[in-house]
Design a protein. Sequence first.
Lengths: 490, 359, 113
Amino acid sequence: MTVLNSPIHSPATESLYDTEILIIGSGAGGATTAALLAEAGFDVLVVEEGAWVEQGTVVPFSLDQMNQQYRSAGVTVALGLPSIAYTEGRCAGGGTEVNSGLYRRPPADVLERWRTQYHIRDLDPDEMYAIAHELETALNVTKVPGKVSAPSMALHRGAEALSWENSESPRWMKYPAGGNASSGQRQSMTRTYLPRAHRAGARIITQCRVRKLAIRGTSASEAAVVLANGQPGRIRFRHVFVCGGAIHTPALLQRSGLHEHIGDTLAVHPTVKLAAHFREAINVPDDVPVHQVKEFAPEISFGGSASNPGLVAMALADNWAEFGHAVNDWQRISVYYAAITSQGKGRVKAIPGMRDPLVTYHLTGRDKQLLRSGLSRLTLLMLAAGADEVYPSYRGAPLVRTPGDIANLQHSFATTKATVMTVHLCSTVPIGEHPRCAANSFGQIRGMKNVWVNDASMLPDAPGVNPQGSVQAFAVRNARRFIETNSPRG
Amino acid sequence: MRAASSKRTHLVADFSLPSATVVTGAAGWLGRALVQHLSTDSGSYRRDGVLRALVLNEQEAQSVRDVSTNVETVIGSVTDPRSLERLLDGLPADTDVIHTAGVIHPGKVSDFVDVNTTGAANMANAVHRAGLRRMVHVSSNSPFGTNPSEHDTFRAHEPYNPYLGYGKSKMHGELAVLAQVEQGLDAVIVRPPWFYGPLQPPRQTTFFRMVRGGKFPKFGAGTQRRSMVFLDNLVQGIVRAELTPNTSGRGYWIADARPYTVNEIIETVGRALKDEGYEVKPGAMKLPVIAGRIAERADRLIQGTGRYQQQLHVMGEMAHSIACDIDAAREELGYDPQFELYDGMRRSIQWCRAEGLEL
Amino acid sequence: MAAQTSRAFVRPFTQCLLGVDLPGLSSSQRDQISEFAVFHVDELPSVLRLGCNIIAVPMRGVVALPFGSNVIAWLIRHPLPLVGEYVRMIRSLAYTYVWEHWPDTLPDGSGAA
């Protein structure tokens, strides 16, 4: 408890750290694990590759934020036909600092699928929802006070006109008394679980990249790292939790010599986009809509994207000759997405001598049909919401003004012409007792005594909803199991 | 589409029965069924007043009169606007028009546009000009193509995605009717998927024969879902659409209560045949999904040259799901389908036998 | 050294692409955006960076041709595999940068403050 007066985080400078529990990564999985283990009396060290960026010092969804808080400044791609652009947080708090902040519990049918198809032992929905309830309190999961933003209202209005199921997704946000939709403060990990971990004695060091784990037989003993100043360092530990996200968790495990079923089953929610033009001003440059349309869930979901003028321009860029004129009317434009649950699979493969892994993704024929249908239905939704012009984001896309125009969209769309993107990555180190799982039901890597995963990579497949709630619920469950079966070193 | 009406329970405020009813395409499968149901004692929706039927020629007129004696036939065509003026001549303002005329398996692709698009536009125009009460436009699933996955179900509102020439012509037919609605016409669109039942044309006996011989084509695992509609259900849906006020400009799926899988269709039809005393060879002609895709490509190519090949077209569609959700018709029209696949198929088989058709 | 490669090869390509795509941009804006593109290529994950630099080298050659800008204009409309991804990435970055920094810019790139 001597660290109470120390700063909550510091850059990695020492050439040798020693800890009982090493947690690699400080996002939804790592921060949650750190807080629970530290509170249970374990000696915890959290290492984060990125920097600690205080909220309010960067504009949400801006290029500046991409540069400071995203891996590779926001440009990362899973190669394939088509390639899928994705983003990953790389900062203290990980994805929770940069995502939309929308919260969804793991759906009951998804938990059931994971329990039966992946044989996750002792997966009790009641326990999971009790944990979800705790999380909702800890993160202050709440709805917008008063009116939702105009782009969110448009989703709601359009869905109601078509009798499509839609709802406001709650967010982990704190609103000041008398606040409105835009005055919330996100309850990301740097505001919640990381301070909690720190208060319980955990150390948090930033700008520390883990190169590999030294593994002998069935245990790992130390991590080789690169410190903030670029010098090599070492961290000795008794147990290690790898929580670097769905790309870098499997990459690190592979670099450390662990391969079995690791990195072979990347799952994502691919999305396609459009820009919708309305007669009235609608654009909110620094926030995203809170409504989601779930009529076709889990196969297809609709929601709103960040829409600052730069992102509006990007959404129009694929057919700039036809759509470019609209950019100067960006105040009347908002960007929306259609997301699908994909049956395709991706791979993460560490390559010797390279810093980053090769990431590939293959969409199935059915996935491509769902993307086409999703974009078409989203277009109809926007017309029903009152949009007078819709600009689908793909090369050669038609301008849509009437329902009849959508037929041209359906016929000319191809995923290879579109900018397919995703922000939800998971399932590269799936947990469960099924032989195809890489870790046991509680995240312990097969064949290893002291190596665990506890982040999005452990989810057996894509949950079909914003995954942070599922990641944290499993992280809490698995951390508790660890605490029950291991005692802190005296 | 913007005319979002609140969901209402049925039978709140029906239109009264019209003084006169007009049926186009009256010599067709659906047209004859409508004539029978609306004007004979064996029909479920017998009504008094004038029933006028549009037919192409004297031979068709006779086939309509074979079904009912309480019907006036007018020879003409939806492709000829002057004949439509004759069709509607002298009818009172509370007349309803049920527009079933359409071409599904034409000799050449251009027939699609002439009948399904221009014909619908002519009809909507004529009904509007005559100031009649309501038009029910019988469309299809084809303007909406096929579901993007086997689990997907079409909702009441869907983006157009026409399936080849037929779908495109039916889509433009709907759009032409909706354009007249913008001008003040009162019209409702009814969208039946694949239908079955008595009065069926010869191509449908092939269907029974294929099932009997264990030769019905099944792509992949046969798990594709298909909505189907028994003719009596469809007639009910059309009458509900005709008589429910405040629904102008809306479109409704009219189908059996739920979609069936291809496996279920083969099994159920086989069972219905067996229970009607026919010998049935179990099984189906198993084909890889890719064969369906190839048929679809070939259909596309051939239609591109202006020709039409029925078998290819049907094969191409069979590898996909076409499933729709009838909730809107239930909620807004009070549609309540009375027949499911097994009963409907038994009735169809009985009708074929009574007609002396070889199955 | 990677940064040297990007600067030598990505920068001229971006300049040329902007000349075709957003001809109204001032030369100082073009410089800024090109720097931004170079920065991003350098930040790319290892495999992508390598791939980009491999593509950037012949593209640099194309740009030097007398009809280079015609080729770029063609590539924007007819994306080839891999090369198309490179073009698309640079374009996306450029458009985002331009309208985030100068939201009143006209569609041809002119009229910015």
